[in-house]
Design a protein around this ligand. Structure first.
Ligand SMILES: Cc1cc2nc3c(=O)[nH]c(=O)nc-3n(C[C@H](O)[C@H](O)[C@H](O)COP(=O)(O)OP(=O)(O)OC[C@H]3O[C@@H](n4cnc5c(N)ncnc54)[C@H](O)[C@@H]3O)c2cc1C
Length: 415
């Protein structure tokens, strides 16, 4: 019997897996795909550096061809660029430079790292059902491999790291959508599109289109750019459901995007997703804990997803390791602190996302009102959100934008 079963080998699962295996625990990662596999979510936040450093993969990233991301920049609807947020102006640390990653390679690097540290990985093996004991505590997972074999695997603790498939949330009906962040996204790739000069060539650009929709523009290696639109479904699908047509129409709505893409050539398919921004009512029950997107997904405008996956993977590994050192009994209550820290990080970022979508808000207005807010705001944009006091930032932000009321979720559920 392994000490821990991890369902899902994305950044959350492979982080938790590597850190638990490093502590000598017997870890089994079940991953339904064969890596490398495609994934969206290419722009990292500076604070990813710290979990990546702990995982021991920073050198690999330093040597990689991944474009360096020194800043995030915002482009107004008229195509004009606002002052970029350069991370190095805010922090004097190697973490101020981060990366734009091809996720198939990045995720494989992290999964291999878990494997190298001793985790056993079963790819093409899908978690199908939670196994429970007679009083309802989770005792493992039923899984199916590529040959159709069924495996009944038991362990003291199971980690749900299944990303937006949200294995537990979906089955247990724990998922709540965020009614205000009910967006859809369409994205594709361009070769040879324009890059800005110097330090800005690896920047993530967020470019507005009407009604607070936006484009992301993320330069990747091999002269490829990832370009996506996020907006209300009614807005994007108002004339046609053809993704290529929608894309072509929206490009014309922002001069910066149009100019940058005029030099490039679109290739490959158009991808689309809905199911934006949700959270789980519970973060854990006896014998089971939710990590990364399996717990909560937030609109990706500030590139929070991978950071939250890495940091929750790290937090949960530390929690599990401490429980093993104590009595090795994985009751839900022992994850209460983990759940509230994870929720607080998401909630901090959710406020900024709400402000971003508010017609009355702009970063410029906020900073002009109080220059000192640039510091805490940049802390949010780099992922430095743990144990920070953002009271003044959100008080001032609330003068320009309707911020979300606090919501209770992510509690623990005892059997
Ligand atoms: C349109 C869009 C744009 C985004 N842009 C960004 C961005 O720029 N920057 C950023 O940081 N984040 C971004 N994200 C978010 C980011 O993709 C995720 O937050 C991140 O991948 C979460 O990592 P994870 O490990 O929790 O889940 P995932 O990376 O999704 O990994 C989950 C793994 O679980 C496996 N799995 C699922 N179900 C099962 C099962 N039943 N059994 C076994 N295995 C299973 C999957 O195959 C997958 O490998 C974006 C998301 C979207 C939708």
């Amino acid at each position: 019997m392994p000490d821990a079963i991890i369902v899902g080998g994305g950044p959350a699962g492979s982080t938790a897996g590597a850190l638990l295996a490093e502590k000598g625990h017997d870890v089994l990662i079940l991953e339904k795909e064969k890596f490398p596999r495609y994934h969206i979510g290419e722009s990292l936040m500076p604070y990813c550096y710290f979990p990546l450093e702990r995982l021991g993969v920073v050198d690999q990233l330093m040597e990689s061809a991944c474009p360096r991301k020194y800043c995030v920049q915002f482009v107004r609807q008229d195509g004009s660029l606002s002052q970029p947020f350069y991370f190095f102006q805010h922090m004097d640390h190697p973490a101020s430079t981060t990366w734009q990653v091809v996720r198939s390679e990045f995720d494989k690097m992290l999964l291999d790292n878990a494997r190298n540290k001793g985790a056993k990985v079963m790819e093409q093996t899908r978690g199908r059902k939670l196994l429970r004991d007679d009083i309802g505590r989770v005792k493992g997972v039923e899984a199916q491999d590529a040959d159709g074999n069924i495996h009944m695997i038991e362990a003291p603790i199971t980690l749900d790291c299944t990303g937006r498939d949200a294995f537990t949330c979906t089955r247990e009906k724990w998922r709540t959508k965020d009614p205000k962040l009910n967006k859809v996204s369409i994205w594709t790739y361009f070769k040879g599109a324009k890059r800005d000069p110097g330090a800005d060539q690896g920047a993530t650009t967020v470019a507005y289109i009407p009604e607070k929709g936006w484009f992301w523009y993320i330069p990747l290696q091999d002269d490829v750019v990832s370009v996506g639109i996020v907006a209300e479904k009614e807005y994007l699908y108002r004339d046609t459901r053809d993704h290529a047509e929608i894309f072509a129409n929206e490009i014309k709505k922002n001069a910066w995007i149009e100019e940058h893409l005029s030099e490039g050539e679109q290739f490959g398919q158009y991808w689309a997703t809905g199911e934006y921004s949700y959270r789980s009512q519970y973060c854990a029950t006896d014998g089971l804990v939710l990590v990364g997107d399996a717990f909560s997904f937030l609109d990706p405008v500030f590139s929070t997803g991978v950071y939250l996956a890495l940091s929750s993977g790290e937090m949960v590994a530390d929690t599990i390791n401490a429980i093993f050192q104590d009595d090795g009994v994985f009751t839900a209550d022992k994850f209460a602190d983990y759940g509230s820290k994870f929720r607080d990080a998401v909630e901090t970022m959710r406020k900024i996302v709400y402000a971003f979508y508010d017609e009355n808000f702009s970063f410029g207005k906020l900073i002009r009102k109080d220059m000192e807010l640039r510091g805490p705001l940049t802390n949010c944009l780099i992922g430095n959100v743990a144990d920070q006091d953002f009271t003044k930032l959100f008080q001032t932000m609330a003068e320009f934008a309707d911020l979300p009321a606090p919501v209770g979720y992510g509690d623990v559920l005892s059997a």
